[in-house]
Design a protein around this ligand. Sequence first.
Ligand code: CUA
Length: 155
Amino acid sequence: MNVAFYERIWMWAATAIIAIFLGAIFVTAAAQAVEPPSHIETVDPATILSHPEFGKPAITTRPDGSVIVPVVAGMFSFAPDPIEVPANVRVTFRLTSADIIHGFQVVGTNANAMAIPGYVSQFTVTFPKPGEYAIACNEYCGLLHHNMVGKLVVK
Ligand code: CUA
């Protein structure tokens, strides 16, 4: 089969681009702990205020020192706020929304998930550097979306 020289170049270029994109997915998954949501857990947003975990979201410490942080996002704030966690321990965020879809991004880290009404988004991260971090809502959620900012304090 005779494939023209330029056609050959484009075939290899397209193959290389696909390989680079797939490689980027594997590298970020392996090196930066980027992962898809791990489980599907539902919660009723209409009764969230009386929910045992999310009604008054409180940070709890497990016997091994790791920390669980339930978070409720709602127009236009996060609860609890500020969130205080220790440095260098595993922090599991359990995130849901009381109204519509919000974002939950700890700026400058790889902690980033969507808060979806009816569902619990759970992910675990470790914060090695103590300090104050802004938590931004990165899904447009209404007129005061740009004011929807929380604070994470790593001690
Ligand atoms: Cu909440 Cu944007």
